[in-house]
Design a protein around this ligand. Structure first.
Ligand SMILES: *Cc1c(COP(=O)(O)O)cnc(C)c1O
Length: 392
């Protein structure tokens, strides 16, 4: 069987490969601890599950949903954006459900890129920022995240011919994988750049509710002018422990939303309405206390991991947001993947090599905090005990 040449252009999805390796070890009776994928280990909040159960029993949710979404969901998203971010959205034209952010980000490439077009993609970044453009037969131009600038791209360094071909820009703060939060003034720079080059700015907002030390993350849409040139992909997956539900929304520019809607109505049949109603429940004000408790839990795990790594001589910075620790690999390894494979072989702990998120992630590894405390403690102790390898 011959697969499409488009599919040959992209590597296998990082975590698909990891899952295979883990399964192999587990089959061999090895006790593997995975700190690879970011997938909350705590269940969805009980009130959200209850709302989902009730909605599941309601026959009005059993038929095809409309791609446009139920008004309960769109209104809940708009109310949340107003209350939480001070962003006013028209729930009729500026909000649409998505079957997870991943689907949405991929489909934006399908909706906005032609063969000669390209997407500007944060590097390191969420793999779909580059796989999406390639799968639709277009291209991605990597924007290196510059540590000295606070892990944001240097927009002035984007070549003029690249800016001319660019139709989309993908960026994300609080940032996966680096844990960085958006520095003051960066979103304003994006608005100016997108306006100048007629680019749709796509802010991937997966972690605005998962922050620490009193830091409160803004929405990109709170930036003056952002709604004229941009959208935000808002996911309930991480902040509300809802990765399995596939519940997200795209919000912002009405024209971009209409375009995405046109595409979606030809590709999928909408987000299950019971999930939309559960999502609407998750966005009610009283759930903020549950979200805060999750932040406390992750902050404790973050400290546990950072302390152990620092004690083992790793130059690690505690992030203000996300569920990840991003740290440089120790000396003596040719690449991050070599280090991560060594860690897996020696300690049966899975960590992600930075290079899997793009060439600028090389030299770093990522640890996800979505593992129960006792396993996380055990895993970090194993890594710390490994020390530095002397023979490269
Ligand atoms: C987890 C993650 C997503 C995926 O969100 P879903 O709504 O579960 O598809 C998107 N972007 C980033 C940066 C993520 O870390």
């Amino acid at each position: 069987m011959k697969s499409s040449s488009r599919l040959d252009l992209i590597p296998p999805y990082l975590f698909a490969e990891l899952e295979r390796k883990i399964a192999e070890k587990k089959a061999a009776g090895i006790d593997v601890i995975s700190l690879g994928i970011g997938d909350p280990d705590t269940p969805t909040f009980p009130a959200v599950v209850a709302a989902g159960q009730e909605a599941l029993a309601d026959p009005t949710t059993h038929q095809y949903p409309s791609n446009r979404g139920r008004s309960e969901f769109r209104d809940a998203v708009a109310d949340f954006y107003s209350r939480r971010f001070g962003v006013e959205l028209d729930s009729d034209s500026e909000v649409i459900p998505a079957i997870g952010a991943k689907e949405c980000i991929f489909n934006l490439s399908l909706a906005f890129l032609d063969g000669d077009g390209l997407a500007l993609a944060a590097d390191p970044g969420y793999p779909v920022y580059t796989a999406g453009p390639k799968l639709v037969g277009a291209d991605a131009h990597l924007m290196p995240l510059v540590p000295e600038l606070g892990f944001v791209p240097d927009l002035a360094a984007i070549p003029a011919d690249v800016a001319r071909r660019a139709r989309l820009m993908f960026f994300n703060y609080p940032n996966n994988p680096t844990g960085a939060v958006a520095p003051e003034g960066f979103f304003e720079q994006v608005v100016e750049f997108a306006r100048e080059h007629d680019i749709l700015a796509v802010h991937d907002n997966a972690y605005s509710e998962t922050t620490y030390d009193g830091y409160v993350a803004p929405s990109f849409l709170a930036t003056p002018g952002a709604k004229e040139i941009g959208v935000e992909v808002f996911s309930l997956s991480k902040g509300w422990n809802m990765t399995g539900w596939r519940c997200a929304a795209m919000v912002g520019n009405a024209e971009a939303i209409a375009t995405y809607w046109k595409l979606k109505s030809n590709v999928d049949s909408g987000l299950f309405e019971a999930i939309q109603l559960a999502g609407a429940r998750a966005l009610q004000p009283d759930m903020a206390a549950e979200v805060d408790r999750m932040c406390d839990l992750y902050a404790r795990r973050r400290d546990l991991v950072c302390d152990a790594l620092a004690a083992a001589g790793v130059a690690v910075t505690a992030p203000k947001g996300t569920i990840y620790i991003w740290a440089p690999i120790p000396d003596g390894y040719a690449s991050a993947s070599e280090y991560c494979e060594y860690v897996l072989e020696e300690t049966a702990v899975v960590i992600s090599p930075g290079g899997a998120y793009g060439p600028n992630g090389e030299g770093f590894f990522r640890i996800s905090l979505t593992t129960p405390d006792h396993l996380l403690t055990e895993a970090v102790a194993r890594i710390a005990a490994l020390g530095t390898r002397t023979t490269a």
